[in-house]
Design a protein. Structure first.
Length: 298
């Protein structure tokens, strides 16, 4: 395959590189990034579960009106699951996943064992806030999903401009994100701690609700926005239970930042807040989590 980057050459990464991490309570945290969650197998499993849930809700991996893309970029690719599936769906396209670090060796091995790492998919290490290693007008379709807890508020506008730069004229950009606010009385304490962590990092946890606005302001045309409310808990059936599992895995993943790093709470206090959240999500009807999809054309 001919891979579409020219600023610097970067081949697919086969194993993890040495990066600055710290380990607390068995969770692996990257210390030089605003990303609020761990970077380990537990988080990879949560992200994959989130991927399957969104694919089910959206009835596919994208909603933008793309037809026969020859080059696709996934910004903040995480486990690489979305990009690998797109590479299989569009076998004649070059698909590139970009992230701060490669998928964990275990996650990559699982992906390969399941046949989800086709030859037309490659990972490139990079940071959108520092400029992506691709030439102007490279990709037919650029996708970025669920970066609201990783991208500082001041970085949104430059990130959209960087995405627009690497998108071909006539190409499409699609963003998918969420907004983190209390969704039940029992979640209020956990959200307060998360908001404190976010402020430390310059992050606005509600920025996902404005992705359509960001595309408009970034000069994209024909912008369309799709708001979603995904049920949380047994009242929502299969998708509600998936969303509950995702929500609780995400809640527990912040134990290390809240308890060990920022020392906002003791472990018993944190455990009690998570238990209160789970109780409400399991027992209260009509709890939902907002998601937003927005796409536009260059």
């Amino acid at each position: 395959m001919r891979w579409p980057w020219s600023r610097r050459t970067k081949t697919a990464v086969k194993q993890e590189e040495v990066v600055p991490y710290i380990i607390f309570r068995g969770r692996r945290m990257k210390v030089d990034s605003p990303y609020m969650f761990p970077k380990d197998l537990g988080e990879s499993n949560r992200l994959d579960m989130q991927h399957y849930m969104l694919r089910y809700v959206l009835r596919g991996n994208f909603v933008a009106p793309i037809r026969h893309p020859q080059s696709i970029l996934d910004v903040g690719c995480g486990t690489g699951r979305w990009g690998a599936e797109m590479a299989r769906q569009f076998p004649h396209a070059n698909v590139v996943g970009l992230d701060l670090t490669p998928p964990s060796a275990t996650s990559l091995a699982v992906t390969q064992a399941q046949g989800d790492a086709p030859e037309n998919y490659a990972f490139v290490e990079g940071d959108i806030t520092k400029g992506m290693p691709f030439a102007d007008n490279t990709f037919d379709f650029v996708h970025m999903r669920l970066v609201v807890l990783a991208l500082p508020s001041a970085a949104w506008a430059p990130a959209i401009q960087e995405i627009r730069r690497v998108t071909k004229p006539g190409g499409w950009v699609e963003l998918v994100d969420t907004s983190v606010t209390p969704r039940a009385p029992g979640s209020a304490q956990w959200v307060e701690w998360a908001q404190t962590l976010a402020r430390y990092r310059g992050i606005d946890m509600t920025a996902g609700a404005r992705i359509g606005q960001f595309l408009h302001e970034g000069g994209l045309r024909h912008v369309q926005e799709i708001p979603l409310e995904i049920p949380i808990g047994p009242w929502g059936g299969r998708i509600g239970n998936l969303m509950l599992a995702d929500a609780m895995a995400g809640a527990r993943a912040l134990e290390t930042p809240v308890v060990d790093m920022a020392k906002l709470a003791t472990k018993p206090q944190f455990d009690a807040a998570v238990a209160a959240m789970e109780h409400d999500f399991r027992t209260l009807p009509n709890c939902t989590q907002p998601f937003y999809v927005a796409y536009g054309q260059k």
